[in-house]
Design a binder for this molecule. Structure first.
Ligand code: NAD
Ligand code: IPM
Ligand code: MN
Length: 355
C-alpha cells in the first residue's frame, strides 16, 4: 500500500524539522514492510509569496485534494504579514478541507522537562480536542473608516450548531472509548452568546453519554488549574482560540514547543487531513539546526495512526521518550547539543534497532 503525502515544509525551521519527519516515515515504512510513502514537495510559503505574490499555487487546493495526508512544517516569516501568510496557506487548508478536529496531546513524557513542581508524568496526560474550523477564527468582520477618527473594527465569532455539536460529539466519543473524563472549557460568563451556546450544546450532547464523567471550566480558571493541578484534565474540548492558547500553555508544562504535536482531522475523510508540529517557524533559531524535530516526529506518529498503522503511534512516542530519558542526543531546548538532523537520525536508528 502506498500513501501519497503532500509535504509543505513552509518557512523558518519548517523545512529543517520536516526533513527529519520524512526520514522517520521512510524508516517506519522500510521496517514495517507493509506500506510505503510517495512524497510530493510543494515550495509554498513566505519565500514563494515574495516571488509569486501568493502563498500557494492558484490551483493549490485542487492539487492537494488527491493526497492521503498533508505534512506541514510551519508558516510565517518576517517580511510577510502574518495574517496574510497564515490565512492564505495554513488556515485555508484547515477550513476548506473541513479539518474541524484539532487533536493536540499534552502529555509529559518521562525525561521531559517541566517547570511545574511536584508533578509526575501521570499528572500531565491530556488530549485537547480543539474546534478547528470556525469560532473566533471564522474570519468574519469588517474594518470601517480606516485611518479616520471614527475607525471601527469588528471581529465576529461564528459558532454554528453543526460546528459545536460535531467537535463536542467527537470529544465525547474519544472520552468514552478511552474511559476518560471530558472537560469543556468556555467562557459563558462574559461571552454571552457564543459561549452560552457552547455550554448549552455541551450539556445537550452529553445526554447521549451518561457514562462519561464531565467537567466544565471557565477558560481563566482552566488556565490556572493547568498549572496548579493539571491532573484534573484528561480529554478536553474547547473553542478554536482557547484551544490555540491553552495548547501553548500545555506545551510549556509538558516539555516545550519542541515536543508539541497536532493533527488537523477531517474525520469523514472527504478531504486529506493535515499533520504538523504546533510550533511556528521560530525565526530566532531558523537555519541553525537547533530546532527540535521531536514535535514533528510525534505528529508523524499521529499521521501513521490515522493512515491505519495504529501500532506505530505508541512505538514512536516510546522512542521519543527513550531519547528524553537517555539525554544523549537532544537539541538545545532540551538541554542537549545535538543538531536537528542528529536527533532525526537517532530516532531512525532506534526504529531499525527495535522493530
Ligand atoms: P514559534 O512557535 O515559532 O516560536 C516560539 C518560541 O519557541 C521561539 O523562541 C522558538 O525558538 C521556540 N521554538 C519553537 N519551535 C521550536 C522547536 N521545534 N525547537 C526548539 N525551539 C522551538 O512562535 P512565534 O515566534 O510566535 O511565531 C513565529 C512565526 O510562526 C510567526 O510568523 C507566526 O505567525 C508563525 N506561526 C506558525 C504556526 C504554524 O505554522 N503552525 C504556528 C505558530 C506560529
Ligand atoms: C497554531 C498556530 C495557528 C493557530 C496560527 C499560526 C494561525 O498558532 O497552529 O497553533 O492559531 O491556529
Ligand atoms: Mn498556536
Amino acid at each position: 500500500m502506498e500513501h501519497k503525502i503532500a509535504v509543505i515544509a513552509g518557512d523558518g525551521i519548517g523545512p529543517e524539522v520536516l526533513a527529519e519527519g520524512v526520514k522517520v516515515l521512510n524508516a517506519v515504512a522500510e521496517v514495517d514492510g507493509g506500506f510505503s510513502f510517495d512524497f510530493t514537495h510543494f515550495p509554498w510559503g513566505c519565500e514563494y509569496y515574495l516571488k509569486e505574490g501568493r502563498m500557494m499555487a492558484e490551483d493549490g487546493m485542487e492539487q492537494l485534494k488527491k493526497f492521503d495526508a498533508i505534512f506541514l512544517g510551519a508558516v510565517g516569516y518576517p517580511g510577510v504579514p502574518d495574517h496574510i501568510s497564515l490565512w492564505d496557506l495554513l488556515l485555508v487548508i484547515r477550513k476548506q478541507f473541513d479539518q474541524y478536529i484539532n487533536v493536540r496531546p499534552v502529555k509529559l513524557l518521562k525525561g521531559a522537562p517541566t517547570p511545574l513542581k511536584d508533578v509526575t508524568c501521570e499528572d500531565i496526560d491530556m488530549v485537547f480536542i480543539r474546534e478547528n474550523s470556525e469560532g473566533e477564527y471564522a474570519g468574519s468582520g469588517s474594518w470601517l473608516y480606516p485611518g479616520q477618527s471614527n475607525e471601527v473594527v469588528i471581529q465576529n465569532g461564528v459558532f454554528s450548531r453543526k460546528g459545536c455539536e460535531r467537535v463536542i460529539r467527537y470529544a465525547f466519543e474519544l472520552a468514552r472509548k478511552e474511559g476518560k473524563t471530558l472537560t469543556s472549557i468556555s467562557k459563558g460568563n462574559a461571552l454571552n452568546y457564543s459561549m452560552v451556546f457552547w455550554d448549552q450544546i455541551f450539556a445537550e450532547v452529553g445526554k447521549d453519554y451518561p457514562d462519561v464523567e464531565t467537567h466544565s471550566y471557565l477558560v481563566d480558571a482552566a488556565s490556572m488549574f493547568m498549572v496548579k493541578d493539571p491532573k484534573r484534565f484528561q480529554i478536553v474540548v474547547t473553542s478554536n482560540l482557547f484551544g490555540d492558547i491553552l495548547t501553548d500553555l500545555g506545551a510549556a508544562i509538558s516539555g516545550g514547543m519542541g515536543l508539541a504535536a497536532g493533527a488537523n482531522l477531517n474525520p469523514e475523510r472527504t478531504f486529506p487531513s493535515m499533520f504538523e508540529p504546533i510550533h511556528g517557524s521560530a525565526p530566532d533559531i531558523a537555519g541553525q539546526q537547533k530546532a527540535n524535530p521531536l514535535a514533528t516526529v510525534w505528529s508523524v506518529a499521529q499521521m501513521l495512526s490515522f493512515l491505519g498503522h495504529v501500532e506505530w503511534e505508541q512505538r514512536l512516542i516510546d522512542i521519543i521518550e527513550e531519547l528524553l530519558v537517555e539525554k544523549a542526543v537532544l537539541t538545545p531546548d532540551m538541554g542537549g547539543v545535538a543538531t536537528t538532523a542528529q536527533v532525526g537520525d537517532e530516532v531512525v536508528r532506534k526504529i531499525r534497532e527495535k522493530y
